[in-house]
Design a protein around this ligand. Sequence first.
Ligand SMILES: [Ca+2]
Ligand SMILES: [Ca+2]
Length: 111
Amino acid sequence: MGYIEVFYFNTGADSVTFTVHESTGVISTNALLDRESQDVYSFTITATDSGGRNTLATVNITVSDVNDNSPVCGEAVYAASVAESAAVATSVISVSCPDLDISSNGEVCGL
Ligand SMILES: [Ca+2]
Ligand SMILES: [Ca+2]
């Protein structure tokens, strides 16, 4: 008989965040994720057969972004002055309100 029963174990540094089902190999989250805190996880899976032979594989998981942050302005109040003779389209002040999200979730518009 072959050693057809395989057991999977997560042995990497990020094994607290992800667990691997011992018999199915399905990897699941084990904690809430926050892409703005950590966007990539890497850990090692050990697959062991019932005869004790094993092999390793590296699992890299990227956390995709959701729009869970609002833009944050550098100042609560901006003050500027402009001459009454200013031409149309004269620049007055620039405000910056960056957004921690990425891609379209972090694009700030409407200023
Ligand atoms: Ca956002
Ligand atoms: Ca986000």
